[in-house]
Design a protein around this ligand. Sequence first.
Ligand code: IMP
Ligand code: MG
Length: 173
Amino acid sequence: MLGKVVISHEQIERVVRKMAEEIDSDLEGRSPVFIGVLKGCIYFFTALTQAIRHPVEVDFVQTSSYGSSTTSSGSVVLIKDITTDVRDRDVYLVEDIIDTGTTLWDLVTMIQARHPRSIQLVTMLSKPSRRKTDIHVDFIGLEIEDIFVVGFGLDFAEQYRNLPDIHEFIPEE
Ligand code: IMP
Ligand code: MG
């Protein structure tokens, strides 16, 4: 069941602007490729990259989703790979939300093997209490408690992605 709004569209816009400013000052002298993790990243990724002044290249990966569950199965499968050669490039990996950290951990391992110059991790939301991996995230929009959320790209069973605000989602008993 769709619950109350936990983060409004206006709040997301403010967070995106602040993150874009921080990332812009980090981009001086870099050769950045922004890699979005589909599908959840779509609205955050487009808002963030358009708010960044520095020219950036974009690419996407897609990993397996939770299906119709609200908890991670713990194994990540790559469905779509990037087409960019990231050797000697500065990679910014952009996620909608980091929960256990398993997805990012696996993606970082995969990208690291292709010898980029650097990898920075960027996420709109983070649930620090759920972390199972010791991963350093460079840019975090907002930290949230352990609730399942939908909207602004985030889904439950492919539903609710296009909601402009972020809502709590309460699974049916
Ligand atoms: P992790 O591998 O456990 O960090 O899970 C990360 C992925 O799980 C995210 O990219 C989302 O696609 C999904 N996810 C985690 N928490 C939520 C949530 O509250 N709502 C919607 N999707 C979520
Ligand atoms: Mg995701």
